[in-house]
Design a protein around this ligand. Structure first.
Ligand SMILES: [Zn+2]
Length: 272
């Protein structure tokens, strides 16, 4: 079977080495994992998740009576935190997830991105997505890269048109640098072709699949002052660990319809 996330990680090392604008990225601090998503369903092909966002200020939920506006219920105080992810002792700063098998079917055909590329093979859409997610890694290490307009004001959202243009330019420049075809030829295969060629597709996932490290709420020890008759809603305990390590990484085989855990003899993904 092909380990899809391992292959993407290996390709990322080459992309980062050959792309000056991405050369600041330390891929030891990036972990690539698979999420399940059907090709025919709407949704992202891949996502860059930042693990460096600080803990939030304390807050709480509250409910008011619709007629009187009186406070009727409130939650305990909580802060929102990012779980820590460590692999072999190194703190992971970004997770990049690929949605399988949907990502394997991505193509420039019938995509608006085709106009950014002109005459290239349709599978280059997948390389574009890989570069796109790497480009979200912020050189200032403050989270997800913000795009500045030429006049220096901050673009709304993270996807100004310049973002896509820059990604396409880096993708074309990478291909023009004559990388080894062996590093990216798997991108030319759709999911069915990967099955024919490799006998199956597997990917790194987290133990609590389909979940993965995400921001969570934790109770904050602050006094709760309320008037009479206000009900206090206790917070649910976080449904996920506050620390993930390499022991929480499971390799799963992705089929068209599901993902199941792969045990021996396959080894866990390691970054190069
Ligand atoms: Zn994006």
């Amino acid at each position: 079977m092909i380990n899809y996330t391992e292959r993407i990680t290996r390709l990322m090392h080459d992309v980062v080495a050959r792309t000056p604008a991405l050369s600041f990225i330390d891929l030891r601090e990036v972990l690539v994992f698979g999420r399940y998503g059907r090709p025919e369903a709407e949704g992202a092909f891949a996502t860059c998740h930042c693990l460096t966002l600080p803990e939030s200020e304390p807050g709480y939920y509250f409910w008011r009576d619709r007629d009187t506006g009186e406070l009727t219920r409130r939650s305990e105080w909580f802060v929102t935190k990012t779980p820590e992810v460590r692999r072999d002792g190194t703190r992971i700063k970004y997770l990049i997830s690929f949605v399988l098998p949907r990502f394997c079917e991505q193509t420039l055909e019938r995509s608006w991105k085709a106009e950014l590329y002109g005459d290239v093979d349709p599978w280059v859409a997948k390389l574009d997505t890989i570069v796109h997610e790497l480009y979200h890694i912020d050189p200032a290490a403050t989270g997800i890269r913000q795009v500045l307009h030429a006049d220096g004001t901050r673009a709304r959202g993270t996807h100004a048109p310049e973002f896509y243009d820059n990604v396409a330019a880096m993708t074309k420049q990478y291909l023009a640098s004559r990388p080894e075809a062996e590093l990216f030829d798997f991108l030319a295969c759709d999911f069915a072709e990967l099955h024919r060629r490799y006998g199956g597709v597997m990917a790194t996932t987290f133990r609590n699949f389909p979940s993965f490290p995400q921001r969570y709420m934790e109770r904050a020890a602050l006094p709760v002052e309320t008037g009479a008759g206000v009900k206090i809603e206790p917070l649910k305990r976080p449904g996920q660990p506050s620390l993930y390590t390499e022991r929480d990484l499971h390799v799963r085989q992705f089929t068209g319809a599901a993902a199941r855990r792969v045990t021996e003899p396959f080894s866990l993904q390691q970054s190069a």
